[in-house]
Design a protein around this ligand. Sequence first.
Ligand code: FAD
Length: 150
Amino acid sequence: MFIPAGNGHDVIKDSDLPTNEAGFIKIDDFGNVKFDDDTYAKNIYAIGDISALEGADWRAKQGHIAEVMARNLAYNIQEKDKGGNSFKGYSEHINILCVMDTGDGASFIYRDAKKAYMIPMPIIGHWLKKGWGAYFRLSKLGRIPRIPGM
Ligand SMILES: Cc1cc2nc3c(=O)[nH]c(=O)nc-3n(C[C@H](O)[C@H](O)[C@H](O)COP(=O)(O)OP(=O)(O)OC[C@H]3O[C@@H](n4cnc5c(N)ncnc54)[C@H](O)[C@@H]3O)c2cc1C
């Protein structure tokens, strides 16, 4: 299934926030909302799917990018409040990393600026993906500890 990012949220369309043609909020690498005249409002930020990601033609909005953007933005706001300018951007994290469940197996898919590959994972891939779903949900809800770095 291919879902084109061709239509932004009504809330954004009805606002005066700057959007790209598809209706997603224009930001810079650090999550600051970027107006058409290249100015920035003081404290307006956008992250995740609602934002217009920049980058290679094959870029895709993914959960892990939304998480990186969220983590970066929390850091960037703190950095700004401290008067610093060592901000963290999302663009270096743009890649496609996906385990596509096919019901009786899965495919591991990866793409970044340098490489692209697909590894078929018959049978076990399906159960790995299901296991990941359970781990992700329970660890996000704080019911089990998170594996460091994941
Ligand atoms: C079918 C599908 C499969 C995907 N598979 C993968 C995958 O395998 N791996 C991966 O990394 N990414 C995957 N993604 C992408 C991933 O789900 C998104 O990139 C990620 O969820 C974006 O997070 P977000 O917080 O920006 O937005 P969302 O997760 O969409 O969160 C936005 C939230 O805002 C709420 N909301 C909407 N309107 C309002 C309103 N007016 N008031 C209050 N709340 C509102 C919504 O209910 C929602 O909870 C998939 C996406 C789809 C659609």
